[in-house]
Design a protein around this ligand. Structure first.
Ligand SMILES: Nc1ncnc2c1ncn2[C@@H]1O[C@H](COP(=O)(O)OP(=O)(O)OP(=O)(O)O)[C@@H](O)[C@H]1O
Ligand SMILES: [Mg+2]
Length: 641
């Protein structure tokens, strides 16, 4: 897996984790929001329902108040004959669809019942609404519970209407009875006063709320406006007596109104027992609703029933699901976009790096022309341009090396040709020269010492000898013999050379300084050949100093490179810069004709090379020259090479 793929995977993991967390949290809050919104809605719906219920109550209140003020009633009461008002009252009861309408005297004793003319004389002073109207001399309206007896007294048909079979309901509080006989009544009472303002009686009347679905349907119509969801009414409204549904538009499975079903114990405890509003989701009869319940209180403040509104939960659930899905879809699209973006981005990022890798491979494989084209201005761009610079300088270095190698090859070819030429010439000259040497010596033997030609022949013999020496040198150079190596101490070898020359006139004024490392190891070499090299260096030095100066001979062990160094430093005239490159060439000499063949260093170079070593020169013109030989340290022949 490439670094970029890893980077991308890491990025994507972060993106996906973050998105998932974000989406989860968001979906949760959307859900909470929707539920809270629904509960707010249903709470305000319940407020509207409460106002509507109040409106019914107010209507009843006004109705009773206005009738109580009518002259016919006052006159009848003052006259002591209420029956005179019976016709008027009965008509009013019918036109206002009141369930009962009753007149009492100032003490609360019933004088006339429009709905039940046969029953009079009982006291209604115990009914707090009536008592308040009489006692406080003002109209009063309130929700009131009437027992079956009370209902029956007001109107013989009412107990039957009020009686409800309780329907077994899951979650409802336990109840011993199976029938509800009480009735919830919207009751209003108003005092009847004489001209002096004294209370001479009371008029009261009301509606039995039980089974009077007009109220809850009116609430539903006004609050929910008949809104439907998937073919079902969204809103429902109910009035409870205690915990029994007595008027409702919540429907049973069979489409009938769920009258007689009961409230869950939990809601009952909060609303009826605790007297507080309850808002929440609840399973009502056969479906989930967002519901709100308010206590209905009688004139004394006791909770006698409940006003309920509820909306189907389904629309909110669907809203929540749809919003969440929409949100998830948006998140998903964002994640996909992020993935696509990071893919493109990482391709763009990894492209140049891959180009760099590719170019490095090519350079490693030897293609120094390899270049990276990178346009970006960032670190990668910098890297690429550094890479290009590096490749370019590598290429330049490579060309320099090639040029150098080419020169070296040409040089050695030249040396080879010169060497071959020298060998051929030497070979050709050797035989005639041997003839000259032999015959000149024969001639000398035959001559008397005083022969006048003798000095000339001696010159011929000497010069011929000199030529023979040169020829021998040439042959040595062109046909180097294989070294006969044995373990030798370099210091002893050099000392032998020095002892051979030190007595010579040339060395009389030369101070030889020996700077030898004490524990120098011995190494295998051909002592004769190496002595030829040392000797040449020593004599060259002495000649360069013109016989006066210091010759410092030093030996060292370079432990790291395991080589023995032997250096010869003189205080002679040095080598000019232009000659520096030529002193190892065969026949290169600055010495007068007859004094040097220019083969000494060429032969030395060959010998040292044959030993696997090197010979180098450092010189400062006019100050001196140092030749340094490096030989590999070897304990036996063939080792280390
Ligand atoms: N120690 C030195 N100081 C200054 N120049 C030197 C020294 N050694 C060698 N040279 C220069 O290098 C040349 C070549 O030296 P090389 O030993 O090859 O030949 P040669 O000494 O001239 O002749 P040959 O050694 O054959 O007698 C010398 O002529 C001299 O110019
Ligand atoms: Mg020499």
């Amino acid at each position: 897996m490439s670094r970029f793929v890893k980077l991308m995977v890491a990025f994507l993991t972060i993106i996906i984790l973050l998105s998932a967390t974000f989406a989860g949290v968001a979906v949760f809050f959307i859900g909470e929001r929707v539920v809270a919104e629904a509960q707010n809605r249903v709470s305000s719906d319940l407020n509207s329902a409460g106002e509507m219920y109040e409106a019914y109550s107010d209507r009843l209140y006004d109705l009773i108040r206005l009738q109580a003020d009518r002259f016919y009633l006052r006159d009848a009461l003052l006259a002591g004959d209420v029956t005179a008002a019976a016709g008027e009252l009965t008509g009013k009861m019918a036109s206002e669809q009141l369930d009962f309408l009753t007149v009492t005297d100032a003490a609360g004793l019933v004088l006339l019942r429009a709905a039940n003319p046969g029953v009079v004389g009982d006291s209604q002073a115990g009914v707090s609404v009536v008592a308040a109207a009489l006692g406080e001399a003002k109209p009063v309206a309130a929700t009131t519970v009437f027992t079956a007896d009370m209902l029956g007294r007001e109107s013989p048909s009412l107990p039957e209407v009020a009686e409800l079979q309780l329907v077994e309901t899951q979650g409802a509080r336990p109840r011993d009875d199976t029938v509800e006989t009480d009735g919830l009544v919207l009751l209003a009472a108003a005092p009847v006063v004489d001209e002096a303002g004294d209370v001479i009686g009371a008029l009261y009347g009301g509606w039995l709320v039980t089974r009077r679905n007009g109220i809850v349907d009116g609430i539903k119509e006004t609050v929910f406006g008949g809104a439907q969801y998937e073919g079902r009414d969204i809103g429902t409204s109910t009035i409870f007596l205690d915990d029994v549904r007595i008027a409702t538009n919540v429907l049973n499975e069979d489409g009938t109104r769920a009258i007689g079903t009961r409230l869950s114990e939990e809601v009952y405890n909060q609303v009826v027992v605790g007297g507080e509003r309850w808002v929440g989701r609840a399973y009502v009869v056969n479906d989930w609703y967002i519901t709100a319940y308010d206590p209905l209180r009688d004139r004394d403040g006791s909770v006698v029933g409940i006003l309920y509104v509820g909306t189907l939960e389904k629309p909110y659930v669907d809203l929540r699901v749809n919003t969440s899905l929409l949100f998830l879809a948006i998140t998903l699209i964002a994640v996909v976009a992020a993935i696509a973006f990071s893919y493109v981005f990482s391709r763009r990022l990894s492209g140049p790096v891959r180009a760099l890798v590719e170019a490095s491979r090519r350079v490693a494989a030897g293609d120094l022309q390899a270049k990276v084209t990178v346009t970006s201005n960032d670190e990668i761009g910098e890297l690429a341009s550094s890479f290009n610079t590096m490749a370019a300088s590598l290429q330049a270095r490579d060309e320099q090396l090639k040029e150098f190698a080419r020169k070296r090859i040409m040089e050695s070819e030249r040396l080879a040709v010169v060497g071959q030429l020298a060998a051929d010439v030497a070979h050709e000259l050797n035989n005639p020269l041997q003839g000259i040497v032999t015959y000149s010596h024969l001639l000398l033997e035959k001559m008397t010492p005083d022969d006048p030609r003798r000095s000339s022949v001696e010159k011929i013999a000497n010069q011929a000898n000199r030529c023979a020496t040169i020829i021998r040198g040439l042959l040595d150079f062109s046909r180097p013999t294989k070294p006969q190596k044995k373990l030798t101490d370099v210091r002893t070898s050099i000392d032998e050379c020095l002892s051979l020359v030190e007595d010579r006139v040339l060395f009389h004024n030369i101070e030889v300084v020996r700077d030898y490392q004490e524990d120098l190891p011995a190494t295998v070499m051909d002592p004769a050949q190496m002595q030829q090299v040392f000797m040449n260096l020593i004599i060259n030095a002495a000649e360069a100093m013109g016989g006066v100066g210091w010759l410092t001979v030093a030996t060292r062990l370079d432990v790291e490179r395991t080589v023995i160094q032997a250096s010869f430093r003189d205080t002679g005239h040095g080598v000019s810069e232009e000659n520096m490159g030529r002193i190892f060439d065969p026949f290169f000499t600055t010495k007068e004709v007859g004094h040097g063949t220019g083969l000494g260093l060429a032969i030395s170079f060959g010998i040292v090379k044959e030993h696997g070593g090197t010979i180098t020169v450092e010189s400062e013109e006019g100050a001196g020259t140092t030749f340094t030989i490096e030989l590999p340290v070897q304990a036996s022949e063939g080792e280390g090479q």
